[in-house]
Design a binder for this molecule. Structure first.
Ligand code: GTR
Length: 406
């Protein structure tokens, strides 16, 4: 994809002056000074804004859902882990879709805390484990991932293993659950398929202007996985940290905001429409993202293309919706497209809502040096390197999550 037709600002001196909405002043201008007032007078209106004007509302409830254990092995990963592959089927209006959760759990813990997050190229891409089932869902083609004709094959097994530090996660006392995101909604500008299609009435082919785009659909899928975890005796559903990288980090943030069952939330390089402040217009902007990926947000969000000034919220208020639960925002130095500084400042400005709960967050507008993580209830790091998920990132997540889950 080429972004050449858009002008991209990468210079701090060219960031416009902007008024950042105060998370602790409600739309009527009233100051919020207690956590009780935040919950009663501010959080609901912010949530509603993000729901109807940014990510889009889930139109209805499912009619039913079911779980099927496809496979289980107590001797996975050289004997260190229990592996499960569970098929979840969602039913609405006599239509259904299914997705498969791949789960690894440390064997020595009876009900394990877990990290859960989507993968981009199939469950079989995250590990060389030959027992992981290959999804038959649509995928974008990728030469690097050996994917032609939009289908996965054996050729992409393990090709994304470097992004998933499974050994470190298991050794840290956590399990890992992952789902191929395309099984919930294929990542293309076509709403006739995926989870959206189950909810249509008559000949509808598109969500309404305030209804869910793909990010909200992926967040919905994470919540359905959570429904499964709540009845798996080997998982502690009160200790699920939702993780996501890039577009899937946008989805993990929205999942964390919209489903308070998630005990912690990680945004890895989520950028525009994720953790980064939109009003800075640094790197990717709303016009760029809504043009390149018209299906990610609800249609109402397009009103703010080249019109960020008119937005009565910004992404720090999305982060604040996660309070008081632990939140980790991570950036990468060479990922200027995602605006690391905008991600950092967003975590900083969200921290005042955490302070209402006497939880510590980011206390200075000064970014920390690279590879110098700040671990608090609101955590942040910027590491060296590019837009990616590295062992360094996972090492930080395991240390941080251990501080409140183990
Ligand atoms: C980029 C997009 C980003 C980010 C990224 C990804 O092309 O502009 O917002 O989501 O894709 O998901 O890898």
């Amino acid at each position: 994809m080429s972004f050449a037709q858009f002008e991209t600002n990468y210079e701090e001196s060219k960031v416009p002056e902007f008024n950042l909405p105060d998370p602790l002043t409600n739309f009527a201008g009233e100051k919020i000074t207690t956590s009780a007032d935040w919950v009663k007078k501010r959080r609901p209106e912010l949530f509603e804004f993000f729901e109807n004007k940014v990510y889009g509302k889930v139109p209805n409830d499912l009619d039913s859902m079911s779980f099927k254990l496809l496979e289980e092995n107590t001797n996975a990963l050289n004997g260190k882990a229990r592996r499960k592959q569970v098929e979840v089927t969602l039913v609405k209006n006599k239509k259904s879709i299914s997705f498969t959760i791949l789960i690894y759990l440390p064997k020595d813990i009876s009900a394990a805390p877990i990290f859960m997050g989507y993968n981009f190229f199939g469950n079989h891409s995250i590990t060389t484990d030959s027992n992981v089932i290959i999804s038959d869902a649509w995928s974008m083609n990728s030469e690097a991932m050996s994917i032609n004709e939009h289908r996965f094959t054996e050729a992409s097994r393990g090709l994304r293993a470097h992004r998933w530090a499974i050994d470190k996660i298991i050794a840290g006392g956590f399990g890992l659950a992952t789902i191929y995101y395309g099984e919930i909604d294929p990542d293309k500008h076509d709403f006739t398929d995926g989870i959206h299609s189950l909810f249509y009435t008559d000949a509808q082919e598109n969500p309404e202007t305030h209804e869910w785009g793909s990010i909200a659909a992926w967040a919905f899928g994470l919540s359905r996985a959570m429904d499964y975890f709540e009845q798996d005796e080997h998982i502690n559903a009160k200790k699920v940290v939702v993780f996501g990288h890039s577009r899937l980090g946008k989805a993990s943030l929205w999942a964390g905001a919209s489903d308070e069952r998630f005990a912690g939330v990680i945004s890895n390089n989520s950028g525009c429409g994720g953790a980064a402040l939109s009003k800075r217009k640094f790197g990717e902007t709303l016009n760029v993202i809504n043009t390149s990926f018209p299906h990610w947000f609800c249609k109402n969000f397009k009103k703010y293309n080249n019109n960020e000034e008119a937005l009565p919220v910004d992404q720090h208020e999305l982060l604040a919706l996660i309070a008081p639960r632990p939140l980790y925002v991570a950036s990468a130095q060479d990922d200027q497209w995602a605006d690391p500084k905008g991600e950092f400042l967003s975590a900083y400005h969200a921290s005042k809502v955490y302070a209402l709960y006497e939880k510590k967050g980011i206390s200075s507008t000064q970014m920390p040096p690279v590879n110098s993580p700040i671990h608090k209830t609101v955590s942040y790091h910027i590491r060296t390197g590019k837009h990616d998920v590295t062992d360094y990132d996972w090492e930080q997540y395991v240390i941080w999550a251990s501080s409140f889950l183990n």
